[in-house]
Design a binder for this molecule. Structure first.
Ligand SMILES: [Ca+2]
Ligand SMILES: [Ca+2]
Length: 177
């Protein structure tokens, strides 16, 4: 696996491990869900529910597909084993990407403001300066908005190790020291 793909997998794993205990468990996905819901102050109950359901389904698929030792958790070695076949989890990631982008577009006009993008991405656990870099990489409009569909596609690209030079790669670059 390329270094870039490993780094991205590590970055995703770190974010999904919402409580930071080093393994993915059902509780992490509950925590992510509640953080996103708390940040989605302008969204409808149905939009919040869609995120909750997508995260629950994602966890169900991950533990069913990757928990090789059957302890009900997915550690990094187990997670890494599934990274190179993203199509196995494509449907669940796609549902999450769709629900997340919808949270960022509560008016349904197809765009996401920098403020909403930042609130949701930092709620997931990404550092504010990385979130800003990703937003800029999406090429915001003059009034500082991006297309919701671009964000949705960007999430899918981030989970596809075959995709390189994508906006999401800015998430993996540590802040300059
Ligand atoms: Ca955890
Ligand atoms: Ca396990």
């Amino acid at each position: 696996m390329r270094d870039e793909a490993v780094n991205r997998a590590r970055g995703i794993f770190t974010v999904l491990d919402a409580d930071g205990n080093g393994v993915l468990e059902e509780a992490d996905f509950h925590l992510l869900s509640s953080r996103l819901e708390a940040a989605a102050v302008h969204s409808t109950p149905a939009q919040r529910e869609a995120v909750r359901v997508s995260l629950r389904d994602w966890w169900t698929a991950l533990v069913a597909g990757l928990d090789q030792d059957g302890d009900g958790r997915v550690d990094f070695e187990e997670y890494r084993g599934g990274v190179l076949s993203p199509q196995r989890f494509g449907a669940t990631v796609a549902a999450f990407a769709r629900a997340l982008a919808a949270l960022g577009d509560p008016e349904g006009d197809g765009t996401v403001t920098r403020e909403r993008f930042t609130a949701l991405m930092t709620a997931i656990g990404f550092a504010p300066d990385r979130v800003a870099a990703v937003f800029d990489a999406f090429g915001p409009s003059a009034d500082d908005r991006i297309e919701a569909t671009a964000w949705q596609a960007g999430v899918l690209d981030y989970f596809d190790p075959a995709k390189t030079d994508i906006p999401g790669d800015h998430l993996a670059i540590p802040p300059a020291s």
